[in-house]
Design a protein around this ligand. Sequence first.
Ligand code: SF4
Length: 691
Amino acid sequence: AAMRETELKRTKTVCTYCGVGCSFEMWTRGRELLKVQPQPEAPANGISTCIKGKFGWGHINSEHRLTKPLIRENGAFREAEWEEAYALIARRFNEIREANGPDALAYIASSKCTNEEGYLMQKFARAVMGTNNIDNCSRYCQAPATESLWRTVGYGADTGSIADLAASELLIIVGSNTAESHPVIATRLKRAKKLHGQKHIVADLRKNEMAQRADMFVKPEPGTDMIWLNAVAKRIVELGRADDAFIEKSVEEYDDYVKSLEPFTMEFAQQRCGLSQDELDRIVDMVLEAKTICGIWAMGVTQHTMGSDTATALCNLLLLTGNMGGFATGGYPMRGHNNVQGASDFGCMPGRFPGYDFVTDDTVRARYEQAWGVELTTRKGLNNHEMVTHMHDGDLKALYVAGEDMGIVDSDALHVQSAFEKLEFMVVQDMFFSRTCEFADVVLPASPSVEKEGTFTNTERRIQRLYKVFEPLGDSKPDWLIHTELARAMGADWNYSHPSEIMHEAASIADMFAGVHYDRLEGFNSQQWPVAADGTSQANLYSNGQFHFENGMARFHPVHWTEPTDQPDDEYDLHLNNGRLLEHFHEGNLTDETAGIVFKIPGSFVEVSPELAAERGVKPGSIVRLVSRRGAIKASVEVTDRVAGKQMYMPMHGKKNIEAINVLTSFESDKDTDTPAYKELAVKMEILSVD
Ligand code: SF4
């Protein structure tokens, strides 16, 4: 019987905001959310949550929610029924494919959607559209981190669990604003520091909260982390303090690695990173004193033209000191979105099927062809960065975007928006009318996490179930249902009636998820991949001393230094860093719907150092125009000593084109993964009003 609107309901869900993967109960009455109630049995967070998980749910019943499909007609959108929207999409995709081939179509998947939806999105791209042109926003953040781990230890994911981080003696935290971006993990680390004297080395441009509490805070020049990491490694080798026994037994390519360290002298690190000999010596000492070390890193490392190589330098250092594989050791790229790990795991990548099998592997492809009953393309697809270029070139003509506000979150936003204008047909599926929707031909109303069933995978590879708290608002639908129906409209034989059927299909094809089953994920139960057929999951990927390569050996991967792009000069004389805020999530499309959060952080701002403020004559609240080599935006000034000298900081939260940081950022990208070099950004500052 339908539950009466007055009855109290308690439903377990998983937070939709970040990769920590907090789970909790939601207490509701009708469509009203009464409270978020954490439970001790929640594996990632116990009884903790942060402000977003506790209060950031204004989007659920927001009047701004899309509740009807929209179709563009004579330059304006009108409401439509689902059948009409599906028929139009099917017709246009088929026409464009017939005229130009399937690779004229492409798909951007969402890392906020569930694993099951990610699986269907890549299946839709591959089996229905007929292309490997599919990618997700891990390309914008941790693709270089996963690349560094693929290279050195064999799986592109956190090597252990949050429990390893909490138990480690020393954390090397590079370019991660952990306290704001992964608050509940930061809470556990702060507790570890207090309870068992865990030591923290923090390297960042900005004196963030972790830096303020660190045992050692260093502020290398922008984009130079590779140099000091390698200089520390070189010194350890010179002192004869490498973990020879571990290397002998478990790591290959040592000699090449040692040779590659030659240029990274202490003098080079002092001169280019701006660190003192004292600081460097202290880092070496702390690394040598610690019995267990974990490396934590995020966008401050990856969003550079040398992102993959800098992350690799940190992985190499962990291997050099024997800190890969054992408990309380390892490499931990902090995953941003709630399901950015899962979107990649389940195949929303141009070169990989679910479970990271290569699309170019004939045996694997044959397995998918048999399971899906279609012939699949052998061509590797485009990543989202390449898609933009191909839209401009005119050979990519139709794009499907699931929930990604790509028009303002991709770098060089105006360049991306002008690429959208060149498309013949564009579909956007979202909960809100984002900036990207403005370029669409059809907009489909999607449901948020709390209106669907499914699973998310957090930063420690933990798969957790979320249960439906509310029915979808208006005519909106969960993304898995939209894809099932649209695939049918395009002639495919898809009949999923519940996400469990999708997961069980994925588990039957992809070895990595062999034993993943909804029965094993009931309530607060979870599984960490790879999951063996008997359901055994793995908290630490290499605890048996075997790395994920054929011979079980890890590999040093030598890296070489090149200078960052978009450097300051006489005209663009300031460096602008950017990142997250505790209160808001990304550009703010979700968190802008929670009144309490907007009251606290209404708009965007730029952090200016006291010395720069004095030199330029700006005060807190002054309005400035920031101009890069690509565009200009407005921001209000905050004067703070979190930043120093000519380095400024701006949150990525901001409105449309007026405040969106990516109007400024460049189209340069990491040379190995194409992750945009968001952090390599020079600007000039013009004062619009001082008071
Ligand atoms: Fe949600 Fe992350 Fe906050 Fe946990 S730490 S409540 S997952 S935003």
